[in-house]
Design a protein around this ligand. Sequence first.
Ligand code: PLP
Length: 376
Amino acid sequence: MEERRATGLPVYDFGLGETKGALPEDLRAAGERAYREQRTMYGDPAGLLELRRRVLEWLHLEGRYGPEDVVVTSGAKQSLFNIFLALCNPADAVLFDAAPWVSYQPLAVAAYAVPIMVVPRASGSRLKVTAEDLRRNLLLRPHVKLFLLNNPCNPTAQLYDAREVEELLSVCVEHRVYFVLDRLYWRLVFDGVAYAEPRVDEETKPWLIQVDGLSKNFRRAGGLRIGWSVAPRDVARAMTNLQSHYTSGPSTPAQHVALAAVTRAYDAELLNDLEEKRDRVAAWAGRLPGVDVWPSPATFYSFWDVTGVFGKRAPDGRTIACSEDLAVYLVERAGVVAAAGAAFMQEGYLRVSFAVPADELEAGLAAAAEALGALR
Ligand code: PLP
């Protein structure tokens, strides 16, 4: 990639997992203020009390949980690691959905848990796990502690609706395993569709853990490293206890930025911009030879089934045998960078991030179309 750039050839970086653009002005001001007022001493390891209160409002959970149930973390990633560490004994199994985000497995392994991917049986499921798939796996494996669902999903961009979420949650409650919902992209749901909140009541609360954060729903916010979880009180307490020893809680100035972010009304500018780009990608769908572009009802990813090009030959004679081969070919011939599906335990796909400027998106898709058309 750098070699291409150095020689002046274009590079279209569709590999990134974050949005660019400007950090909103009021969030910058909140960060500046935090440093100016020297809010730089150790804080509560569970996070700022006011932020934990506001997080509950942001998630529409006020009145149903208290701030004691919220743990603010260094990115959503630390929430996930806390969960694995707090809940799993060595060799306990954790179930993931069918195209697990790249860090789930290493985080689980680092917590001495055994990661297992639930493989959907229904044809045409677009890698969505059904209640039946989950039940089958739970019956097979007695040591499962939790099922982790990423909705909407990175990398597939698939969105589980209210009925699907409820069915999966009910199976977890029935089997007394935790239902961990990674909802990091929940504000980025297109076409006016409302995000399917999980049912929160006396039956589900002991088993429900939600993970969220700043990194995807706000522009340029990934490096602030702020996430949070909402969990049953005993689990939240264990997670706080853990992180009090390994990070002492997230950076205080960054938490003040997060507080400003979740306190203001959500600005739909990012959502509208991404929806427009999603439509641009969809318009290219029939013009990318050998690629089946899945619909993206949410997130900023387009998931491409590229098995249609396997076995074809590039102009230099090499055969495209897997998604990694195709990813390398697209970089070398067209300067198009995309993530190969193997990183998400799904061979045969590419993940294309469309959170890039519109002209770059159009030029990159045109370059990809040309490169795909040159395969024989
Ligand atoms: N979960 C999913 C599905 C993600 O895509 C990511 C980041 O890419 C994370 C968790 C981690 O988020 P953070 O950067 O807030 O730690």
